[in-house]
Design a protein around this ligand. Structure first.
Ligand SMILES: Nc1ncnc2c1ncn2[C@@H]1O[C@H](COP(=O)(O)OP(=O)(O)O)[C@@H](O)[C@H]1O
Ligand SMILES: [Mg+2]
Length: 393
C-alpha cells in the first residue's frame, strides 16, 4: 500500500518563498509508486490549504490568487489517523496522511513550532524533533549548548534587546574585549536577514538598534575578516549518522547575503532560481561553490567529527547542514550554525557521495517513520488513574 505523504511548506517565515521552491522540488522527486503526495501549503497568515494547483510553480507568482484556487483545510486526529478536512466541508471525504514531510524554513518551520503540532497529532514527521529544531534555530541557546560540549566557536555574547539600553556601557566593554569588527545577528532569523557588521565603537549603538527591529535577542560575535566558509551535511539519526562532502561557498559582499544565497549574487537580484535540483545544477541556492572545499586533511577531519557531534548533541534527524568558518589568517576552524531543514537537502553534497535527491527524500521519510515507531515503544504514562477516587462520597 502506498504511503500518504503530506508535504508541508510556506508559513510565516521570511523564507516562505524558498520553502515553496524546496517543497516543489520534493514533490517532484517523491516516487509516486511508493507515495501519494498531498501538498499542504501554509499561507503567510498561517492558514492551511491543499489542492492540485500547488503542484505547479507557475501558479505561485500570485500567492493570494493561488489560495483562492485551493481548499482551506484543518488537520484533526480521529483514533490513530490524522486527516485533512476542508473548512467549508466541500471535500467528499477527509484525506488521511501517514507522514508529514516538513519542507519549511525558519520561524514556525524549523524552530520546533510545527514539530510540536505534529507531536500533538501523533503524526510522524521528517527532520529534527521539537528540541533539536528549537535549539538549532536560536543562535544564542545553540551557542550555549555548543560551549558546554567544547565545540569551537568565535568569541561572542548575547543579550535581550530590552536590557541593552539599561547598560550600553557594559555591552560596549564586552564588545571592546572581543575587538572590532563585530557581527550582530538576530538570534532567531536566517538567510542573513537583519545581520549587521559593526566596524567600530562609533557604530555600535546605531547598528544594534537597527538589528533590534528583527528579534528580542541579539548575538554579537567576532567578525572573521579573512573568512573561508565551508558547509557539510549530516544524514541519519542519533543512532547512526554519516557525513557528506564539504563545500566551500563564495560570497560577493562582506557577508554571504540573501542575494548571494538565493539570487546568484547578481547585483540586479534578477538571476532566476532553478525550480528543482537538476543534474549538474548548482541547486536551489545558486551560490557559487567549490565541492570539495579547498581545506587540509586535518581541517576536514575536524569538521566531520564536529558535525557528527553537533548532530547528536542536538538530537537531529533526517538531513541537516552544518556551517563552519575558517579564519584564513590562523587556519582555525569554528562552528557557525546548524540548518535543521537545509534548502534542497544540500543535494549537491550528497551527489558527491553517490546519493541522488529522490533517495534523500526516501531516507527522510524512513527516518521519520523509524523515529515514530521507536518513540511509540517508550513508556510515557502509567496505567493508573489517580483521579478515580476523586468525587467519591
Ligand atoms: N563571525 C563571522 N565572521 C564573518 N562573517 C560572518 C560571521 N558570522 C556570519 N558571517 C557571515 O554572515 C552570513 C550569515 O550568518 P549566519 O550566522 O550563517 O546566519 P544566517 O542564519 O542568517 O545564515 C554567513 O554566511 C557569513 O557570510
Ligand atoms: Mg547561515
Amino acid at each position: 500500500m502506498k504511503i500518504n505523504v503530506g508535504v508541508f511548506f510556506g508559513g510565516v517565515s521570511c523564507e516562505h518563498e524558498i520553502s515553496c521552491l524546496s517543497a516543489n522540488q520534493v514533490m517532484n522527486a517523491l516516487n509516486r509508486d511508493k507515495y501519494n503526495v498531498i501538498p499542504v501549503y501554509i499561507s503567510k497568515n498561517s492558514d492551511f490549504y491543499t489542492g492540485e494547483a500547488l503542484f505547479d510553480l507557475a501558479n505561485y507568482a500570485d500567492l493570494d490568487k493561488l489560495c483562492t484556487t485551493c481548499e482551506k483545510i484543518v488537520l484533526y486526529k480521529d483514533g490513530n489517523t490524522v486527516y485533512l478536512k476542508a473548512v467549508n466541508g466541500m471535500f467528499k471525504k477527509a484525506q488521511n496522511i501517514d507522514v508529514a514531510y516538513l519542507s519549511m524554513h525558519g520561524t514556525n518551520g524549523e524552530d520546533g513550532a510545527i514539530q510540536g503540532m505534529m507531536e500533538m497529532l501523533k503524526l510522524p514527521y521528517t527532520s529534527s524533533d521539537v528540541l533539536g529544531s528549537a535549539v538549532g534555530q536560536d543562535k544564542a541557546v545553540m551557542k550555549q549548548i555548543f560551549e558546554c560540549e567544547g565545540i569551537p566557536m568565535v568569541d561572542h555574547f548575547y543579550f535581550y534587546c530590552h536590557d541593552f539600553d539599561k547598560d550600553v556601557e557594559g555591552y560596549k566593554k564586552k564588545a571592546k574585549k572581543i575587538g572590532y569588527p563585530l557581527i550582530c545577528k538576530p538570534a532567531n532569523l536566517g538567510s542573513s536577514v537583519g545581520i549587521e557588521i559593526i566596524h567600530n565603537e562609533d557604530e555600535f549603538v546605531d547598528k544594534i538598534h537597527e538589528a533590534m527591529q528583527y528579534d528580542f535577542k541579539l548575538v554579537i560575535e567576532r567578525m572573521i575578516t579573512n573568512l573561508k566558509e565551508v558547509n557539510i551535511s549530516v544524514m541519519g539519526s542519533i543512532f547512526e549518522a554519516r557525513t557528506s562532502a564539504i563545500e566551500e561557498v563564495m560570497k560577493n559582499d562582506e557577508l554571504l547575503s540573501y542575494k548571494d544565497k538565493y539570487l546568484g549574487g547578481s547585483k540586479s537580484g534578477k538571476t532566476k532560481m532553478p525550480s528543482k535540483p537538476v543534474k549538474g545544477s548548482k541547486g536551489m541556492a545558486s551560490t557559487s561553490r567549490k565541492v570539495p572545499a579547498d581545506i587540509t586533511e586535518k581541517q576536514q577531519k575536524l569538521i566531520e567529527e564536529t558535525a557528527l557531534k553537533i548532530f547528536k548533541v542536538l538530537n537531529a534527524s533526517g538531513v541537516v547542514r552544518i556551517d563552519f568558518m575558517i579564519d584564513k589568517d590562523t587556519e582555525e576552524v569554528y562552528a557557525n550554525e546548524i540548518n535543521s531543514i537545509p534548502g534542497s537537502l544540500a543535494f549537491y553534497l550528497w551527489k558527491e557521495k553517490g546519493i541522488e535527491f529522490d533517495e534523500e527524500c526516501d531516507i527522510m521519510i524512513d527516518e521519520a517513520l523509524k523515529r515514530y515507531r521507536k518513540k511509540e515503544k517508550k513508556t510515557y504514562s502509567f496505567d493508573t488513574n489517580i483521579l478515580k477516587n476523586y468525587g467519591r462520597k
